[in-house]
Design a protein around this ligand. Structure first.
Ligand SMILES: [Zn+2]
Length: 148
């Protein structure tokens, strides 16, 4: 796994699975370059973020499935305000809410790579880019987005 330059500066908290492990398949998948979301084995409903229960049929333990990391920009924001001290001299940056049409239209948040002042279009096609941080402790990976 090769390390890519980080979209955001160092010094931000390292994302880790919740102590109860509900999101562990997601984070482990990213480390392997795989995007996983939940899909209920009983009613086949998709969901993200991770939960212990299916929102549609209320059965426990929704299954995890690998999906293509591609989607459409559902919403976005150009962030100017430093929400963390590590971002004090780093702005703006682009946060996007990406919808996955092929996975029940679940939505997930990431960053849009490239010029932070670029035009952003609702509905634009984007693909996932795995940003690996193997030297971090613990090692982790993020899923960022870029125009297709
Ligand atoms: Zn279900």
């Amino acid at each position: 796994m090769t390390a890519r330059p980080s979209y955001l500066p160092s010094g931000l908290p390292i994302p880790v699975p919740e102590p109860d492990g509900v999101s562990e398949p997601y984070w482990c998948g990213l480390r392997e370059g795989i995007l996983r979301v939940q899909r209920c084995a009983h009613c086949h409903a998709w969901q993200f973020g991770p939960e212990w229960i299916c929102h549609a049929c209320l059965k426990f333990d929704p299954a995890w499935v690998a999906v293509e990391p591609s989607g459409e920009i559902y919403s976005w924001e150009r962030v100017w305000h430093p929400a963390h001290p590590a971002l004090k001299d780093h702005g703006p940056y682009l946060a996007v809410l990406v919808e996955l049409p092929h996975a029940g239209r679940v939505r997930m948040i990431g960053n849009l790579l490239g010029d932070p002042l670029q035009d952003v279009r609702i509905g634009a096609q984007v693909e996932g880019v795995f940003e690996h941080h193997p030297q971090a402790s613990p090692a982790y990976s993020l899923l960022q987005w870029r125009y297709r």
